[in-house]
Write a protein that binds this ligand. Structure first.
Ligand code: SAM
Ligand code: ZN
Length: 435
């Protein structure tokens, strides 16, 4: 399974794309902004090379951010210490680039970063079935016309979705707070940045499409993350998110199972990752024996199909075993797992000044949202016209109805919000998590 996936990857890298591990693309560097002051970042490489594979980006406000293995690391102060430990060799080679920062304090973001860093280093494979899942994620509102889009994958993990989006013809930037970005860099290459999506290093309105799949429910404050991402979408552009769904109103066996998993998570989010891997493998075996094999065997006949359709985890009936383990690991290791009702998620979208185009309920919520073209915005008013995002083009947006919530604070592009953003890049106010 793994080797066939790897072959698919090799075939799929378009000619001309910089190989993994290449220097940072200077055009990408020019698009980056300092999250503290929104200023441009100037590269300097230790050996005065014009490219930056190893070096730093500097801002006039005094901030500087290392570029390691061609990937800029634009992290808030609270997370910089983890970079020092994870990239020890780099800082030994370039002691002058060592950021001056205190030791890490425990925080939910820090635990999240470590957990997912481990997950994607442990499970870096893209499987054949991922291509179908990619299509499923983006089928809402008539799909996405990828060719020519400038898109951001916020919380890209090891890069499985940006892989397919690039293959479909989009220019996709990957951003992740965790060392998963190094897995994406090694395999996918291209424009990647290690950054916290709450403080994204891009200009307002920089992207045609921002997508974030399975990420916001791992934040302490998903709306803070959503607001930061919404600012990055150009007027008329799209935001697509996937978040876990609350099981309120679902049949009791489902809720009971979720209750069990929640109890199990109380233990597993405190265990060493190797042990979580063991528990995930056990859960995967149990699921395979009691749910997935019966499903695979019986779904061919109408009665069997009806009997097995409601079994837990049967949406994994076609996935390779290793991927099943990875999915269980993901559930068990993440320090924060929020679950939300449709009204809540749609209210977030409106609160950041976007229109809800479509919300699909299957497993979690897949939401397609659009930034109104008429909304006042701080930066991108003079952006050149860009390709439309949805297959339906502009007309699919025209049928959406009135623009979202017009409360004064609801516009994602107001200057006041930027000020909050600047302050919080330096603050580290998070309480310790249970992770
Ligand atoms: C469940 S994984 C999903 C990864 C990817 N979207 C996928 O579906 O393959 C969640 C990802 O979000 C990233 N993440 C969590 N909090 C983040 C933050 N504040 N900023 C950027 N990335 C974050 C994690 O590092 C992790 O890679
Ligand atoms: Zn700055």
């Amino acid at each position: 399974m793994v080797s066939s996936s790897d072959e698919a990857l090799r075939e799929s890298r378009p000619a001309g794309r910089p190989p993994p591990g290449a220097a940072m693309n200077p055009e990408f560097g020019a698009r980056l902004r300092c999250p503290a002051c929104a200023g441009a970042l100037e590269p300097t490489a230790p050996q005065e090379r014009p490219d930056v594979r190893e070096g730093a980006l500097h801002c006039r406000c005094g901030q500087s951010f290392p570029v390691i293995a061609g990937v800029p690391r634009i992290l808030p102060d609270e997370l910089m210490p983890t970079l020092l430990s994870e990239q020890e060799e780099f800082f030994q080679r370039h002691p002058g680039l060592r950021p001056a920062c205190a030791a890490s304090r425990p925080s939910a973001t820090l635990s999240t970063l470590r957990a997912f860093g481990d997950e994607w280093q442990r499970f870096p494979e893209i499987h054949t079935i991922h291509e179908r899942i990619f299509s499923w994620y983006f089928e809402g509102a008539g799909g996405v016309a990828w060719r020519g889009l400038y898109a951001l994958d916020a919380g890209c993990g090891m890069g499985r979705w940006l892989h397919f989006a690039r293959r479909a013809g989009a220019h996709v930037v990957g951003m992740d707070v965790s060392p998963a970005i190094d897995v994406a860099a090694a395999r996918e290459g291209g424009d990647l940045v290690q950054a916290d999506l709450r403080y994204p290093p891009f200009a307002p309105g920089a992207f045609d499409l921002v997508f974030s799949l399975g990420v916001l429910h791992h934040l302490e404050d998903p709306v803070q993350g959503l607001r930061a991402l919404a600012r990055l979408v150009r007027p008329g552009g799209e935001l697509r998110i996937y978040v876990y769904r609350s099981l309120d109103g679902e049949p009791w066996p489902r809720r009971a199972l979720l209750g069990l998993v929640t109890l199990l998570r109380r233990v597993t989010t405190r265990l060493p990752y190797a042990l979580v891997h063991g528990v995930a493998a056990l859960v995967a075996w149990v699921a395979t024996l009691f749910f997935l094999w019966p499903r695979r065997l019986l779904r061919g006949n109408p009665l069997g199909e009806r009997l097995t359709r409601g079994l837990p985890l049967v949406h994994y009936a076609n996935v390779p075993f290793r991927m099943l383990v990875a999915e269980q690991f993901d559930r068990l290791v993440a320090p924060i797992e929020g679950r939300f009702r449709r009204e809540e998620v749609e209210a977030w979208i409106r609160a950041v000044g976007f229109e809800v185009v479509e919300t699909r309920a299957e497993l979690g919520w897949r939401v397609v949202a659009r930034r109104p073209t008429a909304a006042p915005c701080e930066g991108p008013g003079s952006l050149p016209s860009r390709p439309s995002v949805g297959r339906g083009g502009a007309s699919s947006g025209a049928a959406l109805g009135p623009a979202g919530d017009s409360r004064p604070h609801a516009d994602p592009g107001r200057h006041g919000q930027n000020a909050v953003h600047v302050q919080r890049f330096h603050a580290s106010p998070e309480p310790a998590s249970g992770g």
